[in-house]
Design a protein around this ligand. Structure first.
Ligand code: NAD
Length: 483
């Protein structure tokens, strides 16, 4: 990588931003030095500073959303919802800090008390993905700062402008520059940051490939906290329902929202054979109507381009590989503008494929599998090493109970899309989707550690058993090795 990072708008190819690659050592050193001072401030001070940050975000919402839309290619309406989530994160985190990491005091006898309090880890690194370049790193940064940590934040190399803007909003609200450091760079800077002795932990959102590499990098450093929020190969199961139209809408939302670039997007549609044809017709018709266009286009598009040409090439190639391995095309994935990464959604029936790849295809590509029994549907839903989100559409309360009990995922929904999770709930996955450190409401858990103390205002001690009257009548040494 050169000494400069340049970001381009996926929709137009125009240059959007450029900036120098950061010196990781210097950024870590600054954050290390700063955290004790920040941690020593009262919690109310840190909360108020972060509330000011939320106000700045709201005041700057339109230009922030415009920047997110330009840099990611997502529609402006969707970028606006991302900005709303960034601002809302502060109040949610203050509540979560109080609920998840409260101080506790247990009174004992004779003035003794036991206390549980939480301490920040120190200097925490945050690595962000490109698909929600503000909301997702912010979901680590706000709780980390609130708990008294300093943060070294490296946005994705594909969305540095949004990362720089987010950092600037924190600083303008009064978070000291030393307490929140920005690292501009790509995987090399990510690796250097993750392996740096000066960090006390790493909060990561990104692909399973990177997450697994980070897990290895942390294997001989058990003392450092590592939170991994990774991808998924998410199933949506459609069972008996009289309302095929709404079922189709839930499928389309689950698969193609954000051009399929959400970790929670459905990748696999598992459908009961008897309803398959009707559902496929509805899904195809609805998908044909989706507007794929520039983020600022009028009428507003449902989805914009994927992040870059490389991602679009990979997805069209994956579609061809599925086709050539026995997949039956339901709807072709096309590339309407040759040199731009716009993709129309692709849908392919892979039921007859003997071996289906268990990988996250991060774009508007849905694979369909037909099954005959509910047991087969659950087995197919769990036929993945990932475990992020899963949804059942239709069925009965009893079938949902069975699905909920047996589906292996951190988010399990009924008659709702696989995506659109609430920030007021924990959010994380199992298997290759995470390392049991869920984010969102439970982010407080990995931003501070509990300390248990026994305390008494006065010195008080007694040895009740096994003590002689005086030390004069102590016996001589009788057994070798004991004095
Ligand atoms: P990515 O793994 O390529 O990159 C994420 C971050 O890690 C970037 O900042 C990148 O520069 C850095 N990085 C890359 N390789 C690294 C290495 N070897 N060492 C250290 N740092 C490295 O992910 P992406 O493509 O930007 O984001 C999309 C992925 O994120 C998808 O897999 C998606 O499912 C996942 N995601 C997960 C969640 C979640 O909460 N579970 C949310 C959003 C996105």
């Amino acid at each position: 990588m050169s000494e400069e990072l340049i970001s381009h708008e996926p929709a137009t190819g125009a240059e959007l931003w450029r900036g120098g690659i950061s010196d990781v050592d210097a950024e870590v050193a600054a954050a290390r030095q700063a955290w004790p001072g920040w941690a020593a401030k009262p919690l109310a001070y840190r909360a108020e500073t972060l509330r000011r940050f939320a106000d700045r975000v709201k005041a700057d919402a339109e230009s922030f959303a415009d920047l997110i839309a330009r840099e990611t290619g997502k529609p402006l309406w969707e970028a606006r919802t991302e900005v709303e989530s960034v601002a809302a994160k502060v109040d949610i985190s203050v509540k979560a800090y109080a609920e998840r990491t409260p101080n506790r005091r247990i009174e004992g006898a004779m003035g003794l008390r036991h206390a549980v309090r939480h301490k920040p880890h120190g200097a925490l690194a945050v690595l962000g993905p490109y698909n929600f370049p503000a909301h997702l790193p912010n979901g680590h940064i706000v709780p980390a700062l609130l708990a008294g940590n300093s943060v070294i934040f490296k946005p994705s190399e594909k969305t540095p402008a949004v990362g720089a803007k987010l950092a600037q909003l924190f600083h303008s609200a009064g978070v000291p520059e030393e307490v929140l450091r920005l690292v501009i760079g790509g995987p090399d800077q990510g690796k250097a940051l993750a392996g740096h002795d000066g960090i006390d932990g790493l909060l990561f959102t990104g692909s399973a490939r990177t997450g697994v590499a980070l897990n290895r990098q942390f294997a001989d450093r058990p003392g450092k906290i590592l939170a991994l929020e990774m991808g998924g190969n998410n199933p949506i199961v459609v069972w008996d329902t009289p309302d095929i139209r709404t079922a189709a809408m839930l499928v389309v939302q689950s698969a193609f929202l954000s051009a399929g670039q959400r970790c929670t997007n459905a990748r696999r549609l598992i459908v009961r054979q008897t309803v398959a044809e009707a559902l496929i017709d509805e899904v195809r018709n609805l998908t044909n109507r989706l507007i794929v266009d520039h983020p600022h286009a009028d009428p507003a598009p449902y989805m914009g381009p994927v992040i870059d040409n490389e991602a679009a090439d990979g997805l069209t190639e994956s579609f061809l590989i599925l086709m050539s391995n026995g997949g039956q095309v339901i709807r072709h994935m096309t590339r309407p503008i040759a040199d731009r990464p716009f993709l129309t959604p692709g849908i392919i029936d892979v039921t007859a494929m003997p071996e289906r790849p268990d990988i996250e295809l991060f774009g508007p590509l849905l694979q369909l599998v037909r099954v005959d029994s509910f047991e087969a549907a659950i087995a197919e839903a769990n036929n993945t090493a990932f475990g992020l989100s899963a949804a059942l559409i239709g069925g009965t309360p009893q079938l949902y109970d069975q699905f909920w009990a047996n589906a292996r995922a951190g988010v399990i929904n009924w008659n709702r899309p696989t995506n659109g999770a609430s920030s007021a709930a924990p959010f994380g996955g199992i298997g290759l989707s995470g390392n049991h450190r869920p984010s969102a409401f439970y982010a407080a858990d990995y931003c501070a550690y509990p300390v248990a103390s026994s305390e008494s205002d006065a010195l008080r001690a007694s040895i009740g058993v096994g003590l002689r009257e005086s030390d004069h009548d102590a016996p001589k040494l009788v057994r070798k090795g004991f004095l």
